[in-house]
Design a protein. Structure first.
Length: 235
């Protein structure tokens, strides 16, 4: 099993989930370029990070893993899985989707904010991702430590992400874990999933986490690990 953090985070975000998953699996944490202690790469995009993930898997000798991606990490995991469908056993998408709903205007607005006051934008955005003040402070700190060029390139590139058509041709079992950020109304979960591009998925299941913020692995590590493990153990 390989755990992939999200944009502006790092591998340490899994520290509470990791020992729980290690009770039943061999688990690796992949850290994206420009995050944590991993050096940046030139021209960072979803595709180039997915290629970097492939290099990591090869270097570690990891074969047919369950890929678990959080946020942007889910885009990376899905990209790699769809490019190498025979090499991925299962796919877990935590607050991640095959299609982004950003308009050209939204992309231009965010680009302007990033170039104007980068630190303020990150602090304001990441500070809202958890109602737990300690967790919010932690994720803001991680975001501000992320290499700025990498963060900007990946965020803007993510707005164009769309694998919803490719999803129609895939048989990889997919689990979507949705916090309040992705699925704010559990009773309308299927409606939201369809809007995010999951309507064509052949093999999909989902779990809602009402009242939990985007960083589910920090707010509810036990439940997050249990849901991931149960899905990974399915035949």
């Amino acid at each position: 099993m390989v755990l992939i953090h999200g944009l502006g985070s790092d591998a340490s975000v899994w520290k509470d989930v990791l020992p729980r998953l290690q009770l039943g699996f061999r688990v690796w944490t992949y850290e994206m370029p420009g995050h944590g202690r991993t050096p940046p790469i030139k021209d960072a995009t979803v595709a180039t990070v997915a290629a970097h993930l492939g290099q990591f898997l090869a270097a570690e000798g990891i074969h047919t893993p369950v890929l678990v991606g959080h946020g942007f990490g889910g885009m990376v995991a899905m990209t790699y899985a769809f490019d190498h469908p025979q090499e991925v056993r299962r796919l877990v998408m935590i607050d991640a989707a095959p299609r982004q709903a950003a308009t050209r205007e939204m992309k231009a607005q965010v680009a302007e904010q990033l170039s104007g006051n980068y630190d303020t934008y990150l602090a304001d955005y990441y500070g809202l991702l958890s109602k737990d003040e300690a967790i919010a402070d932690r994720v803001v700190d991680q975001a501000l430590r992320t290499e700025q060029i990498t963060f900007t390139q990946l965020l803007l590139n993510s707005f164009d992400f769309d694998l919803s058509d490719e999803l129609n041709d895939q048989d990889i079992p997919i689990l979507v874990i949705g916090s309040d950020s992705l699925l704010p109304d559990p009773n309308r979960a299927l409606e939201f999933l369809d809007a995010y591009g999951y309507s064509g998925a052949r093999t999909i299941s989902f779990k809602t986490m009402p009242g939990v913020g985007h960083f589910v692995m920090l707010e509810e590590p036990d439940y997050t690990a249990t849901v991931i493990a149960a899905f990974a153990l399915q035949k």
